[in-house]
Design a binder for this molecule. Structure first.
Ligand code: B12
Length: 275
């Protein structure tokens, strides 16, 4: 009798431990646009499977679960299903769990991301997450690989930051001074967040989208103004790492800042920040 009671107790503890509700943040990224909560929404769920159910109720979007040999599988969200090595995957706290969405116990504060991805031989594309930085009103955007590691070396994005500031000031918008460290490029490391499969088939070329998100050119090379010639001119400023086309690494090269500053000056008339 005592043994039976103990068995019932153990069973109910195990059952409780895999169905414990948690308060988590959810976002759903589709093929070309965010389908649910660009800045995440809080739901109560015990697993990522339940999180998508809650998001679907709030966001009124379609999703479908099928049962395959491995268990429950989300085979469609919104308009699109999966095929071959593309489809719907999820991450918890920026890392991809190696089990199904109903087998991960969530805890309070977890971030659940459901997204559509094309998988290559070295895994899926990096996912982006924006997080509040230590300073009030400041945010950091980072790219995470499937293991949840972030690539944070490099400050080339400060060029874009300074360019936007230059444009905004030219449009008579008033801004304070930015951190002097953001005015100097000390690690001109080039990042490429596309999967190795895309890199090798497109030779590093990228798709160009119209402002409404529709595809303008499948390859930048085909664009009249931004095409082949511009790519060749800027490629000369990049020293690529060995085997970058087949590597999973996000860092793919180093930019010659003196040459880049000259190019920015010649192309945009911008007196670029010092290298
Ligand atoms: C292709 C593939 C995918 C594709 C499926 C695209 C499509 N066609 O719809 C994509 C990239 C979308 C995918 C997603 C995921 N996958 Co997957 N996938 C595979 C892979 C490489 C082949 C499956 C296959 O085509 N089999 C052949 C067909 C004929 O058999 P099938 O039973 O009909 O296959 C279907 C199911 O396997 C289903 N499926 C695919 N992955 C998963 C994962 C789970 C947990 C379930 C229940 C079903 C499922 O999609 C297949 C096509 O319809 C296997 C590895 C392997 N070699 O089996 C991993 C594998 C099945 N996937 C795995 C995992 C973990 C996932 C994810 C949970 C990853 C994540 N964190 O998001 C997600 C599923 C999330 C969800 N949507 O619910 C694990 C499952 C481990 C486990 N014991 O639970 C495997 C074994 C890889 C591994 N070794 O880690 N996957």
């Amino acid at each position: 009798m005592a043994k039976r009671l103990l068995a019932i107790l153990v069973l109910s503890v195990v059952a409780a431990s895999t169905t414990q509700k948690a308060t988590v943040h959810v976002r759903v990224e589709g093929k070309t646009r965010t389908l649910f909560a660009p800045a995440e929404l809080t739901v109560t769920a015990s697993t990522p499977m339940e999180a998508i159910e809650q998001a679907s109720l709030i966001g009124e979007f379609y999703y479908h679960v099928t049962v395959s040999s491995f268990g429950s599988y989300v085979d469609q969200i919104g308009r699109y299903g999966g095929s071959a090595s593309s489809g719907w995957v999820f991450k918890v706290d920026d890392a991809s769990p190696p089990v199904g969405a109903d087998a991960v116990q969530l805890k309070d504060g977890d971030h659940v991301l459901w997204y559509y991805a094309d998988f290559g031989p070295t895994g899926g594309p990096p996912t982006l997450a924006v997080k509040a930085a230590a300073k009030k009103g400041c945010y950091t955007a980072s790219a995470f690989d499937d293991a949840g590691n972030v690539s944070s070396r490099g400050d080339l994005s400060d060029v874009a930051l300074n360019w936007m500031l230059w444009q905004a000031r030219a449009a008579a918008l008033r801004f304070g001074e930015i951190d002097p460290a953001d005015r100097e490029i000390t690690e001109p490391i080039l990042h490429d967040q596309s999967a190795a499969l895309v890199r090798s088939s497109q030779k590093g070329d990228r798709r160009i989208d119209a402002p409404d998100g529709s595809i303008l050119n499948n390859q930048q090379n085909d664009h009249a103004r931004l095409g082949r010639q511009q790519r060749a001119a800027t490629e000369r400023l990049i020293t690529r790492g060995d085997n970058w086309q087949h590597s999973i690494a996000i860092e793919v090269g180093v930019v010659d800042m003196a040459g880049y500053a000259q190019w920015l000056h010649d192309e945009l008339g911008w007196q670029a920040i010092p290298a």
